[in-house]
Design a binder for this molecule. Structure first.
Ligand SMILES: Nc1nc2c(ncn2[C@@H]2O[C@H](COP(=O)(O)OP(=O)(O)OP(=O)(O)O)[C@@H](O)[C@H]2O)c(=O)[nH]1
Ligand SMILES: [Mg+2]
Length: 398
C-alpha cells in the first residue's frame, strides 16, 4: 500500500542503462503500470523527434512510487551517439537497472554504460534480462546471465550478488506477464539508499537549462529568468534564496524565484530531490550545463588536478577493427565529464611517456575552463564517441 503522502517516502534515483533497443523505454512504461503514478506507454515517453528516429535521444526522468520508495527513474539513451546524455543522467542516480536483451546478449554499450555508472560512483546494480518472450531455452538464458555477471565483475560491481530478473518489458507493458515487474519493484525497494546532508550549503549541479528570458513579455513569467534543472547533491533549495552559479568563468549571482519538483511548485526542496529552479537575473546565454548552483561563497573552482586514470581495455571493443585501441600520451586533449559538466582538457602523464589500453596511470589534468571539482565521485574521459579512460581525483591543485 502506498502512503497517503508519497513525498514523505525516501528517494531512490534509478538510471536504466543498456545497449540500444534492448527495451529500456518499454521497461519504463511497464514499471509505470505496476507502481503508483500516471501509467505511460512507450510512445508517450519519446518526444516527436525520438518517435521519428525510433530511439531515445535525451533521456527522460519519471517519478513514481513503490511501497517504500519514491523513485526518480532516468530512462537513458542506448545509442552510442548519445553517450553524453547517458552520462548526464547517470550523474544524478543512486543505483542502476541494467537491461540486457537475451536475443542480443551483452553488447558494447552494455559494458560502456556500466563503466560510466562505476566511474560516477554508482555501486548497486539490478539486472533485467529482457525479451525472454523471444527466447525460452533455459540453457541460453543461463548463458546470458553468466555473461552479464562476468561483465559486472569486470566493471567493478559485485557480479555474484546482483539481483538478476528475467522477463519481458513488452508483455508487462501490455499487462500480460507482470510477475518479473513485481520482482523488479521489490528489488528497487531493497536497493540501498544514500544519506544526504540537507543542512549544509547548497550544491545543485545544473544538468539542463530552459530559457524564460522573454517569457515575461508573454505573461508566463513575472521576471526574466532561466530555469535550471538538476538533482540537489547537498543542502536545501528555498524559494527566494539569493544564490550563485559557480564554474565555467566568473560567478553569476541571482535569485530563486520559483522552485519546482516535476509538476509541483513548492517552497523548498532538500538534498536528493530533482529540482527545477527559476533563476532570475542571469540570462540563459550566460549559463551552461555543468555549472553548480550554490550558497554564495561556499564553493571554489579548480582548473588543474592530479588524477588516477584507468584506461579502457582494448578488448572492450570487440568490433572495433576500424578504430585502433587508444594509447595515451602527454598533450592528449579529450573531453572530460564530471558531474554534468563536459569540458576539454589536456592530459600530461607524470610517470611514463605513454600509457597503453587497460593500464592504470597517474596524470596531471588541466581543464580549459575552471569548474567545481571538490566532492565529485569521479570523471570520464571521452574522445568523440569512444570512452578513453575513467578516473578519480587524487589531489586538487589550483
Ligand atoms: N518481443 C519483445 N520486444 C520488446 C521487448 N521489450 C522491448 N521490445 C521492443 O524493442 C523495441 C525497442 O524498445 P525500446 O524500449 O525503445 O528500447 P530502448 O532500449 O529504450 O532503445 P533506445 O532508448 O533507443 O536505446 C521496441 O520495438 C519494443 O517494442 C520484449 O520484452 N519483447
Ligand atoms: Mg529508449
Amino acid at each position: 500500500m502506498i502512503p497517503s503522502d508519497p513525498t514523505r517516502l525516501p528517494i531512490l534515483a534509478v538510471g536504466v542503462i543498456g545497449s540500444v533497443q534492448d527495451g529500456k523505454t518499454t521497461l519504463a512504461a511497464a514499471l509505470t503500470r505496476v507502481t503508483a503514478g500516471p501509467p505511460r506507454s512507450r510512445e508517450q515517453l519519446l518526444d516527436r523527434c525520438e518517435r521519428l528516429r525510433g530511439v531515445t535521444i535525451l533521456g527522460k526522468c519519471l517519478e513514481y512510487c513503490t511501497e517504500q520508495r519514491r523513485i526518480f527513474h532516468w530512462d537513458c539513451p542506448g545509442h552510442p551517439d548519445h553517450g553524453k546524455n547517458t552520462i548526464k543522467a547517470l550523474s544524478q542516480v543512486d543505483v542502476v537497472i541494467l537491461v540486457v536483451s537475451v536475443a542480443e546478449g551483452v553488447r558494447e554499450q552494455t559494458r560502456e554504460h556500466l563503466q560510466f555508472a562505476r566511474a560516477l560512483g554508482v555501486a548497486h546494480v539490478i539486472v533485467f534480462l529482457n525479451m525472454c518472450d523471444l527466447l525460452d531455452v533455459p540453457e541460453l538464458l543461463d548463458l546470458v546471465e553468466l555473461e552479464t555477471r562476468e561483465l559486472l565483475g569486470a566493471c567493478g560491481f559485485d557480479g555474484d550478488a546482483a539481483p538478476v530478473i528475467r522477463g519481458s518489458a513488452e508483455l508487462a507493458a501490455r499487462d500480460e506477464w507482470r510477475e518479473p515487474l513485481y520482482a523488479l519493484r521489490d528489488a528497487l525497494d531493497a536497493a540501498p539508499l544514500q544519506l544526504r546532508d540537507a543542512a549544509g550549503p547548497l550544491v545543485l549541479p545544473v544538468v539542463r537549462t530552459y530559457s524564460r528570458w522573454y517569457a515575461r513579455y508573454q505573461g508566463i513569467a513575472p521576471v526574466p529568468s532561466t530555469v535550471l534543472a538538476g538533482r540537489i547533491e547537498r543542502g536545501t533549495l528555498r524559494h527566494g534564496d539569493a544564490l550563485e552559479l559557480v564554474g565555467h568563468g566568473p560567478v553569476r549571482r541571482g535569485r530563486a524565484v520559483q522552485v519546482r519538483s516535476f509538476e509541483r511548485v513548492v517552497t523548498e526542496l532538500a538534498a536528493g530531490e530533482s529540482a527545477g529552479c527559476q533563476f532570475a537575473e542571469v540570462p540563459p546565454w550566460d549559463i551552461a550545463a555543468g555549472m553548480v548552483l550554490a550558497t554564495p561563497g561556499t564553493l571554489a573552482t579548480h582548473r588543474r588536478f592530479v588524477a588516477r586514470l584507468a584506461l579502457t581495455r582494448s578488448d572492450a571493443r570487440p568490433r572495433s577493427t576500424w578504430r585502433p585501441p587508444f594509447a595515451l600520451a602527454s598533450g592528449y586533449r579529450p573531453h572530460l565529464y564530471v558531474r554534468a559538466a563536459d569540458i576539454t582538457c589536456t592530459v600530461t602523464l607524470t610517470d611514463a611517456p605513454r600509457a597503453e589500453p587497460g593500464e592504470r596511470v597517474t596524470a596531471l589534468i588541466e581543464l580549459d575552463v575552471p569548474t567545481v571539482l571538490a566532492g565529485a565521485a569521479g570523471f570520464i574521459l571521452r574522445d568523440a564517441h569512444w570512452t578513453v579512460a575513467t578516473g578519480e581525483i587524487a589531489e586538487l591543485l589550483d
